[in-house]
Every structure is written in structure tokens, then in C-alpha cells.
Design a binder for this molecule. Structure first.
Ligand code: SAH
Ligand code: SF4
Length: 388
């Protein structure tokens, strides 16, 4: 197989160039052509030595992913479906806002964590994406948007690893991809503007702090282990207290002085005022000092066969109010791209070959689907006074 240059961070590309007998500054030139200019054909890289331009096509390529479809939402959100082969596809979503352009990037085809409320999780796991496949989403989207908007300026200002898959279960491919996002010769994004969202792979949170600290979002969704074990099965391996300890260890290296906690609002499951009070107690009292935190409430996006409903708006607002009044800054995520199913948890990406996904889904139903119950709250919050 020929080498795909999208698989390399700058160090990797420098190593590859060295093997070809080329100096490091050639790698920098090549890297800038690829990521800053969106070039994929070596003949257009005019400041490379002619001999190198002629040599490269025989040893490497710059290969993006085939685009299966693009959907444009009325609110400006764009969703692409990329073919990753073998009947698998992944989705990437661009969300424009007044002061930023955010790209939501996938890290795996499917996901092995199997969260109860997540459509990707219901699909099961197909495979990890390579570094090149993670970066191809950003590379394609950025240069598509520049062409489309007729600008040479950067369009994507923020990346969130919140598409399909659990990024920290694809750590080896993730880290070089993050480095390219941050590299001044690549996309030049600041660490604060690149967010890894995780369901809580504790050892990898520690490694990320050392290898490539970026903003961290933790998908909490429940305030006690009994409920989180059901909603986010990874909790059985890394329970809440261990996860929050990992957050505390991450903070000194983090580009922000808080961790974002995502909390998907599920009607009658985790959305009651007692849950809000329990969450408040958890975040304020963990390890005797609390975890500096912001909370992002995500209205649940229903999908077929989930068996779950989104909490009514007043319930979401009441939940947020309890947290805000308790001193934890809490926001409710705006739903964007509703008309094109681009919201969190709706990224299914299986249109290329539904048979695989359908088979996996059927298997999972047999294995795991059981009705959700509201699990009793842990004792420490029961006696909390209602601040309202
Ligand atoms: N695997 C990572 C990142 C991808 S999921 C993680 O779990 O954090 C990105 C976010 O979307 C997570 O917070 C996830 O819990 C949330 N999500 C998944 N399905 C959802 C749904 N149906 N409705 C609302 N949010 C959902
Ligand atoms: Fe995987 Fe995240 Fe979906 Fe859970 S919420 S199944 S970790 S993608």
C-alpha cells in the first residue's frame, strides 16, 4: 500500500522525508501545501524541488475520503457522509455560529461503548479510523468551505471530537491527528479550541494530559454509578469517582481551568430536580474540594428504537437553574441542523450498507436492551435542601 501523507503529523512527515533523503524544511513545505492550501497533487506544489515533485507520486499520495453525500441545513449546518470502506461510513458536521465555525469530527466507525441513548452506540463497533481518516474530515471540510465561501481565510475555528466513536478508544490515531490540528504549519488551532469528548476512558485521560492536552469534555449523563452503569456501560470499568479523580489530574495540564460535563436529558430517567442536586453535590464535593466544571445539558435526540424520550423543555430549564443557582455554570445545548439529523447522537453513518448495521443492531437488541428504570439516588444527596 502506498503511504498516505494525511496519516502523518509534522514529525512523522519529517521522518518520512528523511527516508527519502529530504531535509526537514521540505516536510514543512509539503505539510503546508497539504493542510493549509488543501493541495493533493504534487505537481501543484510549485516551490518543492522538481526532482522531489517527480519522485513523490511513486511513493505516496494525499488521499481524502470519498464523499457519499452532503446535506445543507436551513440554519447553515452542513453534514457530510464519508465512505470508509467495507460498507461503513462516518459523519462530519460543520456548525457555523456568529463568532466561530465548529467541526464535529468522528473517530471510529461505530462505537464499542454502547451508550443506551446513542445511535452510534446502537450500531455497534466496526473499526477505528486511521489518523488520515480523522484528518481527512477536517482537511476536506476546511477546503470545501473556503472554496464555497470564496475565502482564503480559515473557516473552521474549533474542532470537537464529538462525532461517531469514542476518541480515547482510538488513542494511537487520535493524538497525531490532534497534533496536526494544533500545528502552526497545519490548522493552527489553539488547544482551547480543540475538544476531546469522552465517555470516560480513565487511563487515556491521563495519557492525553501528558501527550497532547486539549480541552476535555466528559460525557457524564448520570449522577450515581447504578444509573451510569446502565446508560454508559463503560462506567462499570471506570466508575464516577475514578472518572472525576482523572478529571482533577487532567486539570493542571489542561488549556482551560475547568472540565466540561455533558449531560443528556432523558425524560424521567436522569432529569429530576433530585438528580440536579445530586450532580451539584458531586461536582462541588468530590474529593473534598470539588471539580471545577461547566455543565452542558444536551436535549436527547430521539432515534428509532431508542425507547427514550427527551425531557420537556421546562424540566431541562429547571435542571439547569438548580445547577446555576448552586454555582455551576450550566448551558443548554442549542439543537442545530435538526432538518438534516445532524444533532448529537443521530450520527448513524450506515447508509452505504444497511445490512451490516441492521445485523449488529439486531444482535445488540438480543444481547442488551432492557427497559430503563430510574435508579434510586445515592444517599448523600437525599437530605440536600432544595435551593429553589
Ligand atoms: N464518544 C464520545 C464522543 C462522541 S458522542 C462521548 O461519548 O463523549 C458526543 C456527545 O453526544 C456525547 O456527550 C454523547 O453522550 C452525546 N450523545 C450521544 N447520543 C445522543 C443523543 N441521542 N442525544 C443527545 N446527545 C447524545
Ligand atoms: Fe460511543 Fe459516545 Fe455514543 Fe457512548 S455516546 S456510544 S461513547 S459515541
Amino acid at each position: 500500500m502506498t503511504v498516505n501523507l494525511l496519516d502523518f503529523d509534522l514529525e512523522g512527515l519529517a521522518g518520512f522525508c528523511e527516508q527519502l533523503g529530504e531535509k526537514r524544511f521540505r516536510a514543512v513545505q509539503l505539510f503546508r501545501w497539504i493542510h493549509q492550501k488543501g493541495a493533493s497533487r504534487f505537481e501543484e506544489m510549485t516551490d518543492l524541488a522538481k526532482s522531489l515533485r517527480e519522485k513523490l507520486p511513486s511513493v505516496c499520495t494525499v488521499s481524502g475520503l470519498p464523499v457519499l453525500s452532503r446535506q445543507d441545513s436551513a440554519d447553515g449546518t452542513i453534514k457530510w457522509l464519508f465512505d470508509v470502506g467495507d460498507g461503513n461510513a462516518v459523519e462530519t458536521v460543520f456548525i457555523p455560529e456568529d463568532d466561530r465555525g465548529t467541526l464535529c469530527v468522528s473517530s471510529q466507525a461505530g462505537c464499542a461503548v454502547g451508550c443506551r441513548f446513542c445511535s452510534t452506540g446502537h450500531q455497534g463497533f466496526s473499526r477505528n479510523l486511521t489518523t488520515g481518516e480523522i484528518l481527512a474530515q477536517l482537511w476536506y471540510a476546511e477546503h470545501y468551505l473556503r472554496r464555497h465561501l470564496g475565502t482564503a481565510d480559515r473557516v473552521i475555528t474549533n474542532v470537537v471530537m464529538m462525532g461517531m466513536g469514542e476518541p480515547l478508544q482510538n488513542y494511537g490515531a487520535l493524538v497525531p491527528a490532534l497534533r496536526v490540528m494544533l500545528d502552526d504549519h497545519g490548522y493552527g488551532l489553539s488547544r482551547r479550541r480543540v475538544t476531546v469528548s469522552t465517555s470516560g476512558v480513565v487511563p487515556m485521560i491521563d495519557r492525553l494530559a501528558k501527550d497532547c492536552p486539549v480541552a476535555l469534555a466528559v460525557s457524564l449523563h448520570a449522577t450515581n454509578d447504578a444509573l451510569r452503569d446502565v446508560l454508559v456501560p463503560l462506567n462499570r470499568k471506570y466508575p464516577i469517582a475514578e472518572l472525576l479523580d482523572a478529571c482533577l489530574r487532567y486539570l493542571p495540564a489542561a488549556p482551560r481551568d475547568f472540565i466540561t460535563f455533558e449531560y443528556c436529558m432523558l425524560d424521567g430517567v436522569n432529569d429530576q430536580p433530585e438528580h440536579a442536586r445530586e450532580l451539584l453535590a458531586l461536582l462541588r464535593q468530590h474529593a473534598g474540594r470539588g471539580v471545577p466544571a461547566k455543565v452542558n445539558l444536551i436535549p436527547f435526540n430521539p432515534f428509532p428504537d431508542s425507547g427514550l424520550k427527551c425531557s420537556p423543555r421546562p424540566v431541562v430549564l429547571r435542571f439547569g437553574q438548580i445547577l446555576n443557582e448552586g454555582g455551576i455554570v450550566t448551558t443548554v445545548r442549542k439543537t442545530r441542523g435538526d432538518d438534516i439529523d445532524a444533532a448529537c447522537g443521530q450520527l448513524a453513518g450506515d447508509v452505504l450498507d444497511r445490512t451490516n448495521a441492521a445485523r449488529r443492531l439486531a444482535q445488540r437488541r438480543v444481547d442488551s436492551v432492557h427497559p430503563i428504570r430510574v435508579v434510586p439516588l445515592a444517599r448523600h444527596s437525599r437530605n440536600e435542601e432544595d435551593p429553589a
